[in-house]
Write a protein that binds this ligand. Structure first.
Ligand code: MG
Ligand code: ZN
Length: 445
């Protein structure tokens, strides 16, 4: 019955379009989940807590404006805490990207630094990407960090330390060496998973050799042997690409789009306007990578009669906040929000797509009074002149001025649209994302 209704509405809409009648309500069909599964697109702003979001909104749209993500119809809130490694019944109130991504990738809490492995025991936890692949659902992972960095890696790797990114980086995880019968570094595990499209930075990890002294081989050569289409420049990303696709557009993380004076001790840097920094041309934008991932996943999903799963990360919001660099942070947030716009438009046209935009944890940013107001802020400050011509003072004070600023433990916002999105309204823990995504993809009731 449901199917027949859906077909009828599709027909009516096509007819309406054919005779150029306005007002056909396409929303009626696209908000109804398909019995064969709903596409899931998760956009993660790494470190995009509510203070980071408000700073970017003030600068970019004005205090009364809305970022695109804030226009999505469903709003929720999420807790993001981790657990203590040697006492996993206790919460660790401030999470890192590894434990956080593990929470939505597997539905289980773990300790800071772990990727899709259980605390204490190290038992591997099945990820949404692995469950998807087993069900014939194509998977895409896109990031502006190294693809071996924690947020993308949680979907593809099971390892007890996030730093073990390449075969030469296994000092903290010697038992993972492939030569010793282990699963390998994060880079090796990504190749082994053969997800349909993985795009980001981190080429240096794949230039490393594995196989020990006997038969060393660069992982890039292994990737070619395994049948990957390997691309390393923006221009190679254009045109048709045969999956599986491995895109490695930077040696490490992508460069920041904007620059400015970092925050400084009282009375701080500025007043300043942020400047474009210019990313090298071989590094695509997050939108360009996301557009290609959507193109490939959409086609594969149609061929297979299955939904797809895509995770896209604006990674360097976090890294800029660690560096107390508000211009870089806001520039990366602007790029992330443009990507939300692209994906939301796609989701509305495609229909039957759950779109979720959230953060993995809050960060160090605070919006504080201008230093002339009298308070002597103890950390690092910068005053920005916003696009509406007002002064926005941003402070960072979670570490000594010379140290890396830290994550913080407050909740994060969740913006969502499409089928199942209403299940994310209200306050949940981030492990609930796993449950809702599994339902949408048809992996569980
Ligand atoms: Mg990240
Ligand atoms: Zn971080």
């Amino acid at each position: 019955m449901k199917l027949r209704q859906r077909t009828a509405t599709v027909l009516l809409c096509s007819l309406a379009a054919a005779v150029a009648l306005a007002g056909c309500n396409a929303r009626r069909i696209k908000e109804r989940p398909s019995p064969r599964g709903t596409n899931v697109i998760l956009l993660i702003g790494d470190g995009l807590g509510d203070a980071e979001l408000a700073a970017a909104r003030n600068y970019l749209t004005g205090a009364g404006g809305h970022l695109t993500m804030e226009k999505l119809p469903v709003l929720g809130r999420m807790t993001t805490y981790a657990v203590v490694e040697n006492a996993p019944h206790l919460p660790d109130y401030v999470v890192d990207s590894a434990a956080s991504a593990t929470a939505w990738a597997t539905g289980k809490k773990t300790s800071v630094g772990r990727l899709s492995t259980a605390p204490q025991t190290g038992e591997p936890l099945a990820t949404l990407a692995e469950l998807s692949r087993a069900a014939g659902i194509p998977v895409g992972i896109v990031t502006t960090a190294e693809i071996t960095d924690a947020t993308p890696a949680a979907l593809a790797a099971h390892i007890n330390a996030r730093v073990c990114q390449g075969p030469n980086d296994l000092a903290f995880c010697p038992e993972f060496r492939r030569e010793s019968g282990g699963l390998g570094s994060i880079a090796e595990q990504i190749l082994h998973q053969r997800f349909e499209i993985v795009l980001g930075g981190g080429r240096r990890r794949f230039e490393q050799h594995w196989g020990g002294l006997g038969n060393p081989q660069a992982l890039l050569d292994t990737a070619h042997q395994l049948g990957f289409t390997v691309v390393t420049t923006t221009s190679q990303l254009e045109g048709p690409l045969r999956p599986p696709v491995l895109g490695l557009f930077a040696e490490g993380d992508f460069d920041r789009l904007w620059k400015g004076e970092p925050a400084r001790p009282y009375p701080g840097s500025g007043p300043q306007r942020c400047q474009p920094a210019g990313r090298p041309p071989e590094q695509p934008t997050l939108e360009e990578m996301t557009r290609k991932a959507l193109e490939i996943l959409d086609q594969l999903a149609r061929e297979r009669g299955r939904p797809f799963f895509l995770q896209v990360e604006g990674a360097n919001i976090d890294k800029s906040a660690h560096a107390a660099d508000p211009c870089a942070q806001i520039g990366e947030t602007a790029e992330f929000d443009r990507t939300v716009d692209l994906v939301w438009k796609y989701a509305q046209e495609r229909g039957n797509t759950l779109l979720v935009v959230t953060a993995d944890h809050a960060h160090a940013t605070q919006i504080v009074p201008h230093p002339s107001a009298g308070a002597h802020f103890p950390g690092l400050l910068s005053t920005l002149v916003t696009n509406e011509g007002a002064l926005l003072t941003v402070g960072y004070a979670t570490n000594a001025p010379a140290g890396s600023q830290t994550h913080t433990g407050s909740d994060v916002s969740v913006f969502a649209s499409g089928p199942y999105s209403e299940q994310l309204a209200g306050r949940h823990d981030q492990t609930e994302l796993f449950v809702v995504f599994a339902r949408a993809l048809g992996l569980r009731e």
